[in-house]
Design a protein around this ligand. Structure first.
Ligand code: A3P
Ligand code: MG
Ligand code: MG
Length: 383
């Protein structure tokens, strides 16, 4: 159906013609030069405390303490029953924390080039979203299991992108096994073994793991013509006071099953490193510290991955992912969204939907359950 599909490499759609109806995710369409991705700049940060309350500061930022031994024997199961407070994941916070940060920091955002820009808008950015939503977009060309729903609203010339939980994801969340529930704790427990509250102190493995607590960076960058503002959780920072400025001093913590066979190594490269790379590359976090664990949740080794070296690491893997496909797809999706979502109205949502082996499509919703920009934000931004 020529003309119906948004063609990535094709000429741009004239403003008067109707937007195309779908976007193809075929990988070969996105195999071209790596798009411009400007070095992300941290424009601010915020913290969420043990009760998920917002603070416009870095009180939850933690400091990485390198384990004493290369085989640390951290028991990730410790404290799961007695010292764990789990965030209520039935509560959908949408973009609320980012919007709170924007209202508290509007002056920092009115960038110098806003006035001169060809598409001036209130905030001086085209896209506001969570880093995690962009991670999902980056990995879409290689995703075979989980689809997504992204709600988009245009206000003041800026596109706000907020995820909606799919039916399948809701079913999975409500039907997790006890084993899976416990394993979701392990990643946070690893952070507790390796992160301290300040640069002088040591980690406290005897404390409570509370997954309400978070430190989030807010970064600004540009992907081709798209000016992005997004926020993402940061696990910890380098404790050396001479470390470079954020986000270059940030460290992402991960856990993974120890690798004992060539097949496991190949799967790790093809699937896990894709997600790890996408998540940290976006905000410019340069390093991942990975704890490799056994089936009983005991960390048997710790390794550092430099994001800039991951593409080299996977080069010899057959059938592997390519960073350029991820970035070009994300870029085309944002162009597609811009061409579709032209009505500037906080009450209108375009719901973009994608399922594995399908094209991206969308539907339009006015004053619906999908509206996500809160009144307190709309009022403040339009007054
Ligand atoms: P691991 O990354 O070690 O698996 P993050 O790594 O993004 O900082 O997230 C911290 C931890 O939250 C993860 O540790 C994992 O335990 C849990 N987690 C994150 N995303 C998850 C998801 N989609 N499903 C289940 N657990 C998740
Ligand atoms: Mg984290
Ligand atoms: Mg982590």
């Amino acid at each position: 159906r020529p003309g119906q599909n948004h063609h990535p490499a094709g000429p741009s759609t004239p403003p008067s013609s109707p937007p195309t109806q779908s976007l193809s995710i075929q990988r070969q369409l996105y195999e071209r030069d790596f798009p411009l991705y400007k070095q992300p700049v941290e424009v601010g940060h915020f913290s969420l405390d043990s009760e998920r309350r917002f603070f416009n500061d870095a009180r939850q930022l933690r400091y990485y303490v390198e384990p004493e031994k290369s085989c640390p024997n951290f028991d990730l199961r410790d404290g799961y029953r007695s010292r764990f407070v789990k965030r209520d994941d039935r509560v959908k916070e949408k973009l609320d924390h980012i919007l709170r940060w924007i209202l508290a920091n509007r002056s920092k955002l009115q960038s110098k080039d806003t006035a001169a820009s060809s598409s001036p808008c209130a905030l001086g950015v085209d896209i506001v979203t969570w880093r995690g939503h962009l991670t999902k977009l980056l990995t879409t060309p290689y995703e075979t299991r989980e689809g997504w729903l992204l709600a988009v609203t245009r206000m003041g010339g800026t596109l706000y992108i907020s995820e909606v939980e799919t039916e399948a994801a809701r079913r999975d969340r409500e039907n997790r096994t006890e084993r899976h529930e416990e394993m979701m704790y392990w990643g946070y427990k690893f952070e507790q073994y390796t992160c301290a509250d300040d640069a002088q102190s040591l980690p406290d493995p005897g404390g409570v793991v509370n997954t309400n607590e978070a430190f989030c960076t807010v970064v600004q960058t540009r992907l081709a013509e798209h000016r992005l503002l997004f926020s993402g959780e940061v696990d910890c920072r380098d404790k050396d006071p001479k470390a470079p400025s954020p986000p270059a001093n940030y460290i992402e913590m991960k856990t993974s099953l120890e690798i004992s066979t060539p097949k496991q190594r190949s799967n790790f490269h093809r699937f896990k490193l894709l997600k790890w790379w996408a998540q940290s590359f976006l905000p410019g976090v340069p390093r991942i510290v990975a704890g490799f664990r056994d089936h009983d949740g005991v960390v048997v080794s710790v390794e550092t991955y430099h994001i800039s070296k991951i593409s080299q690491l996977i080069k010899n893997e057959t059938n592997c992912w390519k960073p350029t496909v991820c970035m070009n797809f994300c870029c085309e999706f944002l162009s597609f969204v811009k061409s579709v979502v032209t009505e500037d109205n906080p009450r209108v949502v375009h719901l973009f939907s994608w399922d594995p082996h399908r094209d991206v499509t969308y539907s339009i919703h006015r004053d619906s359950q999908y509206s996500f920009l809160p009144d307190w934000y709309v009022r403040e931004m339009t007054s």
